[in-house]
Structure formats: C-alpha cells, structure tokens
Design a protein around this ligand. Structure first.
Ligand SMILES: *Cc1c(COP(=O)(O)O)cnc(C)c1O
Length: 394
C-alpha cells in the first residue's frame, strides 16, 4: 500500500489555487515584497488567524528563528536555553548571534522541554528560552512563559511543526511566548518551498525583527541604515503560494487529527499499549492527543525497543523511523570545533551537558510515523495492523 508523502503531489495540497496565485504575481511584474502586496497580505491573514498584533514574513523557518533571537537581543556570550530534540534551525540562530545554546532535558513522554529542567539552568547570563512544539504536540508553553516572566527572559516558541497546535485553553501555540515562529518549508503542514513567519504582540520586538529582515533599512526614513540586518525577505511568489496554502490549512490539520484519532482508537485496544499517563507497565505509550497537530505521529517504547518496532513497521511498508534524529543536538559533532574561521568564540571549552531523557528517546524509546492529510481509513488500518503484529506485544 502506498502512503502519500510530502515530497509528491499526492501528499501535498498544491493545485490550481497556487498556480493561479503564481500567475497573478508574475503578470503583475512585481516579485519583491518590498513593493508588492502579497507578503503584506499574508502577514495580515496570519495575524488575523493567530490573533497576533504583528507578523513578519521572511525567507525560512530558520530565518524566523534568527529574527526572534535578534529580537531577544542577547549580548555576545549570553545564554539561550533550548531543547536538544529539534531541527538545527532552532539552534543555528543562537550561534549566529554569538550566544551560547544551553540544552535542557525533555519530558520522556513527548520530547518537549521539561520546565523543571529549564528552571535549573537559568543563570545570570540567561537571556531567552526557545521551546519547540515537537511533532505538533503542545510544549508546556504556559509554564515556560511564567518562568520567563519571573526571570525577565524572552520566550520564543518554535511552531515549525505545529501549525494550529492548541495550548490548554484553546489558544494557538505561538501566542503564549513573546515571539512565535512558523515555517513553510517543503515538509511542513503547508508549504511554499521555503518561507517563515514570526508573530508577536510587542511593537519593539516587531520593529527589531522587521529591520533585521531588511538590511536594517527603515524604508520610511529613506536610504538609511539603523542597525545590522541581513536580507531575509520573503518574495511575492512565496507569499502568494503561502496565501493559497493558508486557505487549506484548517482542512489539512482537521484531516490529520481525524486519522490520528482513528489510529489511537485502534491502538488503545491492544494489550501492551497504554496512554502516556496511564499507571503500570506498557510496551508502547501513545501520544497525548489534546491540541496535537500531528506533523508526525510519535510512539514511545519505555523498554527501549524503538529501533525494533521501527524495523518491524518498515518491513510492513509503514513509513516509520526510530529516534527522529541521529543524535540529540547536545551530542552533535560540531561542539568543540571552531564556529567562525578559526575562532570558537563564545564557545571556547564549551561542551553541552548531558540530557539523559533526550538521549534515551533518540537512541532507544522514540518511534515516529510519517503522517499526512491524505491518509484514509485504509492507511490507518494498515498502520494499526502492523503495530498489532509487533512480536514484543503480549
Ligand atoms: C523545519 C524546522 C525548522 C527550520 O525551518 P526551515 O524553514 O526549514 O528553515 C526549525 N525548527 C523546527 C522544529 C523545524 O521542524
């Protein structure tokens, strides 16, 4: 059975609307968002959807995260606390601003930042916390925001995998922190190839991000540069496609939620499978469905046999992998090497601390199954059947 994936037309929602949007922009003769209307319209539409006062469109999710680190304004050598289970796009902007990433350990049930672990790492040089809503599951953003406020830190929420993820109370992930970021890269819920967005209610943070995305150029002030900035602008082509995709986003997330709920219902009935928080032993623990946007569908095997289940599922034709990353980012090969030229500043002698829960998830307990809005009842049944035949279940 073929599982539609994000790298083919059958696994995406790209169609006539996107083609028409591209044609509209090309025929207008204006492809740059500095003078065009599409990127500004996309920002308004995202702002309305998320209830955010300011939205800055930019060239990628990584660029959006760089803008948010710029907004947090660390001095060189200041520390930003983040998670070791994420895309490198979360961490690279910390290095780009000459700040020091400090990896906090994660909740072993879902791989999102553990607020207690974050709290233990807050020190005199801490400037910001970057949380990731991993695989579409809501991170504990409310607790992290309270910690950030208590210590005068900026909370950044990386929602690249979490379009329309809901936090307890129903507000969208990305609106609990000082800045939220989204990605439009090929493998996300909606795409224009590459693209990013930042959300904030804070006028000053928005001003810093807008300037940095456009060479520090305040367009209202003439040809005059206020501050360091790069060119992180989204093009009109990207924005027009993103707007067409945005109209399809609620359907994409609703469909993923529907089929994920069907799978959880089927798996729940199996011996040896339990909810994340159920007491007692279990071979497989299910993700908490509340608010989840199902970018991937994660399973946790507390006994450490995730590679075995992943191999079993793959052999049955299910698109599943163990660990998500080759190694958690606190164990990436780059630490201890120069960052700029021959200089390791500000990381001389720096080695990230151990994060035992993150390391165990990646090495032994986490399986991720690719999820897609085009899955049907037949795909769900095939996944459930493959899990049910896993020999380690009782
Ligand atoms: C994809 C992703 C990014 C980076 O986004 P790009 O658009 O690829 O630059 C950052 N963080 C997370 C959690 C991601 O999944």
């Amino acid at each position: 059975m073929h599982f539609p994936n994000m790298a083919e037309p059958a696994g995406r929602t790209l169609g006539d609307e996107e083609t028409a949007a591209l044609e509209r922009v090309i025929r207008s003769g204006m492809l740059s968002s500095v003078w065009g209307t599409e990127a500004r319209a996309l920002e308004r539409e995202i702002g309305d959807l998320y209830g955010a006062r300011h939205v800055v469109a930019c060239s990628s999710g990584t660029a959006a995260l760089h803008l948010s680190v710029v907004a947090a304004a660390p001095d060189p050598g200041d520390e930003i606390i983040t998670t070791p289970i994420t895309d490198f796009g979360t961490v690279a902007p910390i290095l780009a601003q000459n700040a020091v990433p400090v990896f906090a350990d994660v909740d072993p049930s879902d791989g999102t930042l553990d607020p207690d672990a974050v709290k233990r790492l807050i020190g005199p040089r801490t400037r910001a916390i970057m949380a990731v809503h991993l695989f579409g599951a809501p991170a504990r953003a409310g607790e992290l925001r309270a910690l950030a406020d208590e210590h005068g830190l900026t909370l950044i929420e990386d929602c690249a995998q979490a379009w329309l993820t809901e936090l307890p109370g129903g507000r969208y992930a990305g609106t609990a922190g000082h800045v939220g970021t989204l990605s439009l890269q090929q493998w996300k819920h909606i795409t224009c190839g590459d693209g990013g967005l930042t959300l904030t209610d804070d006028d000053e943070l928005a001003r810093r991000m807008r300037l940095f995305a456009d060479k520090g150029w305040d367009r209202a002030a003439g040809r005059s540069h206020e501050s360091l900035g790069l060119n992180y602008r989204m093009t009109e082509l990207q924005a027009a496609v993103a707007r067409a995709q945005l109209a399809k986003l609620p359907g994409v997330v609703a469909s993923r939620r529907h089929t994920a709920a069907l799978l959880l219902e089927a798996l729940r009935a199996l011996d040896g499978v339990a909810e994340a928080d159920a007491p007692g032993e279990a071979v497989i623990r299910l993700p908490r469905p509340e608010g989840h946007a199902w970018w991937l569908l994660p399973l946790v095997l507390p006994g450490g046999d995730a590679p075995e289940l992943a191999a079993h599922l793959s052999a049955a034709g299910i698109p599943a992998r163990a660990g998500y990353l080759q190694e958690p980012l606190n164990r990436a090969p780059l630490w201890g090497r120069p960052v700029y030229g021959s200089s390791a500043y500000p990381l001389e002698g720096y080695r990230p601390a151990a994060c035992p829960e993150a390391e165990r998830l990646v090495e032994a307990t986490l399986v991720v199954i690719d999820w897609n809005e085009h899955y049907t009842r037949e795909h769900v049944d095939a996944v459930a059947k493959a899990v049910a035949s896993y020999p380690n279940l009782p």
